[in-house]
Design a protein around this ligand. Structure first.
Ligand SMILES: Cc1ncc(COP(=O)(O)O)c(C=O)c1O
Length: 437
């Protein structure tokens, strides 16, 4: 057994209350399959696939071997004006995986970069078509699209935005779809709320479709606390966008790669966006990477001008990084060989039943689920928003379970390799904790 006694001062931790954390650090030193091991030697069951990314479980041997082999072959080649075989191969594999004509992959290093890339591509597309006024970007309340300026601007989580203004100006937001009064304890898609998509018609009436480049939504909002789309909502949004010549971006940084039991939410819901942003499960979190999947229509409109000219003045030094591509290709192999999307689909009913058993606790005001995602929403304590869920987080960690909390919502999204017994461990652990909160 090891213990953790390092100086913690220099590391400024992201999205973490640094001072509180450093008084009582939680430090992982190893991970395998469904479990982490802490510096104190405690096993921690991973109830959230890291940060929604380790869909194939930790330390997958095939992914690790692919990365190691690429380390010996070549660790870097320039991303601009040169290529390497794995980037082309990976892009082709992704084009095959994503539905419809999302046949082009633009590689980034994170979900945030994927979002800003997608927003820029949409504006460039409209300009390339001669629609220079079509610049507005429409996001949604409670949307999370990462932390860069574009994603923050279309995002709808106030604490993430408030210190950084002014953000992009040509932006507006749809209302979120969460409606506890009508939809609490929904299993799968909530019944009420498709009409929230009609608010896009109000924004079109207000601004004019001729000013709107794109709408971006998470098909299932993850980071704001698992907000499952109401029945018919995404279909409506798709139709309104198509009717008004507005591009639709699905931010699938969480929902792509099996989380809902299919390759992505677009395939799961049968709703085809014009662009999809991804990251996280793209490489099983093993090497940082993101990708924007772009439709033929959008891509082809930008492949104009003299052939010796750059078509899109955008890209990152590490776009299509060889180690990330090696990890990504191996990850897709593992998803297919281990049928992990099918596994998530098959486990979803068991997951749903287990999670909803927690509804019996006082203080639980909602349980909701889709695929291998779930949320338990707690009644906030008077004057202490978030305190109840954070206490649950600490108690769960103590009991050997990693969960995620947002305000007073517990979010769960285990690796897709989870067994029914491990689902029982998650639910039994939470059952004990919720009974004593
Ligand atoms: C929907 C969505 N978009 C974008 C991001 C940002 O991804 P990253 O943290 O890799 O920048 C996230 C991260 O959780 C996300 O859930």
């Amino acid at each position: 057994m090891t213990t953790f006694d390092q100086d913690t001062a220099a590391y400024w931790m992201p999205f973490t209350p640094n001072r509180a954390f450093k008084k009582n650090p939680r430090v992982m030193v190893a991970a395998d399959g469904m479990y982490y091991e802490t510096a104190e030697g405690q096993k921690i069951l991973d109830g959230c696939a890291g940060l929604w990314c380790v869909n194939a479980g930790h330390g997958n041997r095939k992914i690790n071997e692919a990365i190691k082999a690429q380390v010996d072959q070549m660790t870097y080649s320039p991303a601009f004006q040169a290529g390497h075989p794995l980037a082309f191969e990976f892009a082709e594999r992704l084009a095959d995986l994503f539905p419809g004509d999302l046949n082009h992959a633009f590689f980034t290093n994170s979900g945030s970069e994927s979002v800003d890339t997608a927003l820029k591509i949409c504006r460039a597309y409209q300009k390339a078509r001669g629609k220079a006024d079509k610049i507005k970007l429409i996001g949604r309340e409670r949307g999370y699209h990462g932390v860069n300026f574009g994603g923050l601007s279309v995002g709808g989580i106030m604490p993430n935005r408030q210190a950084y203004g002014p953000l992009l100006s040509e932006v507006d937001h749809l209302p979120h779809t969460h409606d506890l009064a009508k939809n609490a304890f929904s299993k799968g898609l909530p019944e009420h709320g498709a009409d929230k998509a009609d608010r896009l018609l109000d924004l079109i009436a207000l601004h004019g479709a001729h000013t709107i480049a794109a709408v971006i939504v998470e098909p299932m909002a993850g980071s704001a606390g698992v907000l499952v789309p109401p029945q018919g909502y995404l279909e409506k949004l798709r139709k309104i966008c198509a009717d008004h010549d507005i591009l639709l971006i699905f931010d699938e940084v969480i929902t792509a790669f099996g989380r809902l039991g299919d390759s992505c939410a677009a395939a799961h819901f049968g709703v085809q966006p014009d662009l999809i942003t991804t990251a996280k499960g793209l490489t099983n979190g093993a090497v940082p990477m993101g990708a924007v999947m772009v439709s033929d229509k959008v891509h082809d409109a930008l492949m104009t001008g003299p052939e010796n000219m750059v078509e899109l003045f955008h890209g990152y030094t590490y776009s299509g990084h060889p180690l990330a591509c090696a990890a990504g290709i191996a990850t897709l192999d593992v998803y297919r060989q281990e049928n992990l999307f099918g596994r998530a689909h098959d486990l979803a009913p068991y997951w749903q039943k287990a999670l909803h058993s927690l509804a019996r606790h006082d203080g639980v005001i909602d349980v909701r689920n889709i695929g291998l995602v779930g949320a338990i929403e707690l009644q906030p304590r008077d004057g202490q928003p978030g305190a109840r869920a954070f206490e649950a987080y600490l108690k769960a960690f103590e009991a050997g379970l990693l969960i995620r909390t947002t305000a007073d919502i517990i979010a769960l999204s285990p690796p897709l390799i989870i067994s029914e017994q491990e689902i029982d461990v998650i639910v039994n652990t939470l059952d004990d904790i919720l009974g004593n909160l």
